[in-house]
Design a protein around this ligand. Structure first.
Ligand code: AHM
Ligand code: MG
Length: 338
């Protein structure tokens, strides 16, 4: 836990406001969005913490009708974020990995100048087996004129235009990490007071990593350059020390470990999924922004990921995300594919 010199604890609220104060032109709207997201994260955390109990109750309930009303946690998380964010007057639209179209701001509320994209509960298939899951979010400034609801056009902006991004990991503790382009900062939820406290200011990721996160059951579908890259990471071509393979299969958990310990998360294109699996707007761009702010890098195998101009809301992208030297190796070795 980080204390100020006057020994006061730095809450996420205080940190956000102190950051905002460095920019006299700031209106406080972005700060409000971040703080509302932190509140939503606490609500989701409390649900996730009881997931095993909810499942037990759900199974029992299904025998006596009430089970019909049991919602899956990813649906609940989606609803929590939507309801926490739709009325503050700061957003003009939202989009979620869980919903096909954009989520409009209800007519009774004012619209603001930002849009929010989010994956409410990434890796939710892991919940049943008590593996960490996460929430990922990205904030963009609207580009369409007017003061009414935003449009898909406001969402289809390249990652480098993000004004804020972050994730929440519901792991052995709950942590929120975010950036507004001035470093990546991590906050740990203190359950005894129900507040996120600054625990990881100015996260820096090692230049070269020790962890490789990849699902190599897809090896038979990879291109030859991708296979050669994986052999390189494993030290099989004697060009580098072998990396340690660690794959949770929950992006936020794999990402968080590699961000702190150094390494690379890889989800390449394969012959079955030519754009990989992960979504550019809800998963790849926000984590790329954090990674770059921590001194790392992110590529789609062809170019800097945050330079990709999206064409669809639910667009997928190959992902090479991690320590700078390891992402550069990917970019160099995959040139053969272009
Ligand atoms: P989801 O958005 O449906 O939860 O899927 C995303 C998850 C990521 O958390 C994880 O990195 C990836 O899917 C794992 O995919 P695979 O099982 O193909 O390795
Ligand atoms: Mg997801």
């Amino acid at each position: 836990m980080i204390f100020h010199s006057d020994t006061s604890i730095v809450t996420i609220d205080r940190f956000i406001i102190e950051q905002e104060a460095k920019f006299p032109e700031a209106t406080g709207e972005l700060s409000g969005i971040l703080y509302d997201l932190a509140v939503a994260a606490k609500m989701i955390s409390s649900k996730v913490r009881r997931a095993g109990l909810i499942d037990i109750l759900g199974a029992a309930g299904s025998e006596n009708v009430q089970g019909e009303h049991q919602q899956k946690l990813d649906v609940i998380a989606n609803l929590i974020i939507t309801k926490a964010m739709d009325h503050g007057g700061r957003l003009c639209a939202m989009a979620s990995e869980e919903e096909e179209g954009i989520i409009a701001i209800p007519p009774q509320f004012r619209c603001g100048k930002y849009v929010l994209l989010f994956d409410p509960l990434d890796g939710s298939s892991n919940i049943d087996v008590n593996v960490p899951v996460g929430t990922i979010f990205s904030v963009l400034r609207r580009i369409t004129p007017g003061t009414g609801n935003g449009t898909v056009e406001d969402m289809l902006q390249p990652g480098f235009t993000q004004v804020a991004a972050g994730y929440v990991i519901y792991g052995s503790s709950t942590m929120m990490v975010y950036t507004t382009g001035h470093g990546a900062h991590g906050f740990t939820l203190d359950p005894s007071i129900g507040e996120f406290l600054l625990s990881h200011p100015h996260i820096r990721t090692p230049e070269r990593g020790k962890y490789l996160s990849v699902n190599d059951s897809y090896e038979r579908y990879w291109s030859e350059p991708v296979r050669a890259l994986m052999r390189r990471y494993r030290g099989l071509d004697s060009q580098r020390e072998p990396m340690n393979v660690r794959y949770v299969g929950s992006l936020v958990a794999d990402f968080h470990r590699n961000l702190l310990g150094g390494g690379i998360f890889v989800y390449p294109a394969n012959s079955k999924n030519p754009n990989g699996k992960l979504r550019l707007l809800y998963e790849c761009n926000p984590l790329a922004f954090i990674q770059e702010q921590a001194g790392g890098a992110c590529s789609d195998g062809r170019q800097r990921l945050m330079d990709v101009v999206p064409t669809e809301l639910h667009q997928r992208s190959p992902l090479f995300l991690g320590s700078k030297a390891d992402v550069e190796t990917a970019a160099a070795m995959l040139q053969a594919e272009r």
